[in-house]
Structures are given as C-alpha cells and as structure tokens.
Design a protein around this ligand. Structure first.
Ligand SMILES: C[S@@+](CC[C@H](N)C(=O)[O-])C[C@H]1O[C@@H](n2cnc3c(N)ncnc32)[C@H](O)[C@@H]1O
Length: 235
C-alpha cells in the first residue's frame, strides 16, 4: 500500500480511534538521507550517550525530567547536535518551558547564540526552566512572533539565513508545522543548514514529514518518542 492510500484509509477511521500509530513502508518515500546526514546522526547519537545535561541543575521547574530517561526525549540529542556541529547561530521555533532552549544553549561554542521563537513569553509558562540570567549575555534570546503566518518569517529572514541549525518544535496541530516549513522554503538557508523536526511520528504530523522532499532521516530512537527527524535542507 502506498502512503497516500494509507492516508485515505486513515481518514475513514472514526475519531474515537484517532490515537493511532502507523508503520509505513518507505518504498514510496523519495527523500533518502544524505551521506552527511547519516554521518551527523551517528556522531550525534554517540555524543548523546556521553552528554551530561548540567544546564538544568538547580533550576526550580516542577516539570518532569524528560531528559533523564534515555534517550532523554530530544534534549540529549539537541545538545549532542550542537556539540557535534558547533553551530554559531541556532534557531528554535517553540520555546515553551525552555527545556529545548537550554539543551541547545549548553553546548554552544564561544560566541554562539540561540534565538528561540514563541507566541508567548517564556516567563508566562509556570514550569519554565528559564531564568532572567539566561538572557543577560545575549547567548539566548527570545522573540515573540508567529513563524507560521503567511510571510511571517520574512521579518526574520536575515536571522534564519544565517542559521546553522534550526529546531522546529511547534504545536503539532496538523497544519502549523507545515506552514512553518512552507515559510522556511521561501528563504535561502545556508548550504550546510540542518533542520531538526520534532513530533514526526504524531499521527497528524506523519503526512507533513512524508511530504518533505529533501534528504532526511528519522532519528526517533535517539530523540523524542513522538518522533525526531533531521533534514539536510540544501543537500
Ligand atoms: C512543544 S512546545 C516547544 C517545546 C520546546 N521546544 C522543548 O523542546 O521543550 C511548542 C511551543 O510552540 C509554540 N508555538 C505554537 N505556534 C507557534 C508559532 N506559530 N510560532 C512560534 N511558536 C509557536 C507554543 O506556544 C509552544 O510553546
């Protein structure tokens, strides 16, 4: 069965059964991982085993320590990707409680920065891991902006076009991330830009992930149980 046929059948499943997973053959998936992606994945997965996420130590959030249980949702992998790739400019879409922001920030090289976008300010989230001190040196910066709106990325074109690593982690509502990808595609990301895409195995995100026609790799076993994908954006 092709993925398109599968989608048609799933559309007929009653709403009460919608919390379903899918195992789909990659026979009709044209976007294979590049050699570079495989290399990055192997190096980052190896680094993730060793990384200690001390960045969370002593922070008062009451949120569960997802990062402690291997593979640590995507947090160990995010830190490992930064350690491996040494990106100077990192962009995260979706700050929420800052767990991802801090994992990215921990391994930044000297002079590097993380800009994290959200619709809501970090201090509005009761369980935030972030503190005012995180923003004092300019290594971490939050921008409140809707990155999914038509043309919504344009105001930040220069930032994205200088980004070495982009982490897309939105609301997984079935359409916002697709719009974010459409907006990203209007830009000229650097030739080496790596895009990390969260939640690719959530049922309403599977089609969005499958539609990406760039070299990509499902790295879920080393990332978030909800699905973590890597995209070699310009390969
Ligand atoms: C799943 S959470 C992010 C989790 C975080 N990246 C982490 O690793 O722990 C998703 C966040 O995306 C934000 N968001 C939703 N739609 C957005 C949009 N259009 N532009 C920017 N952020 C958005 C939500 O407010 C929410 O805080």
């Amino acid at each position: 069965m092709t993925f398109e046929e599968l989608q048609r059948r799933l559309a007929e499943v009653p709403a009460r059964h919608k919390e379903i997973s899918v195992i789909a053959s990659l026979d009709d998936e044209p976007a294979l991982p590049s050699a570079r992606l495989l290399d990055i994945a192997l190096r980052a997965a190896s680094a993730a085993r060793e990384i200690a996420l001390s960045v969370y130590d002593g922070r008062p959030s009451s949120e569960p320590h997802w990062f402690d249980t291997w593979p640590g949702a995507h947090y160990r992998l995010l830190a490992a990707l930064v350690r491996t790739l040494k990106p100077m400019r990192v962009v995260e879409i979706g700050t929420f409680t800052g767990m991802g922001t801090l994992a990215l920030a921990q391994e930044l090289p000297a002079g590097g920065s993380v800009t994290t976008f959200d619709l809501h300010s970090w201090h509005g989230f009761e369980q935030t891991w972030l503190a005012p001190g995180d923003f004092e040196q300019g290594r971490v910066r939050q921008v409140l902006h809707d990155i999914s709106a038509p043309g919504g990325i344009e105001a930040h074109r220069a930032l994205f076009e200088a980004a070495d690593l982009v982490f897309v982690d939105g609301p997984k509502d079935g359409h916002t991330e697709a719009r974010m990808l459409d907006n990203l595609a209007t830009l000229s990301l650097p030739a080496h830009a790596l895009v990390v895409f969260d939640d690719i195995r959530v049922m309403n995100m599977v089609a969005t992930w499958r539609r990406i026609a760039r070299p990509k790799l499902d790295l879920t076993s080393f990332g978030h149980w909800s699905g973590t994908g890597l995209i070699d954006w310009n390969a």
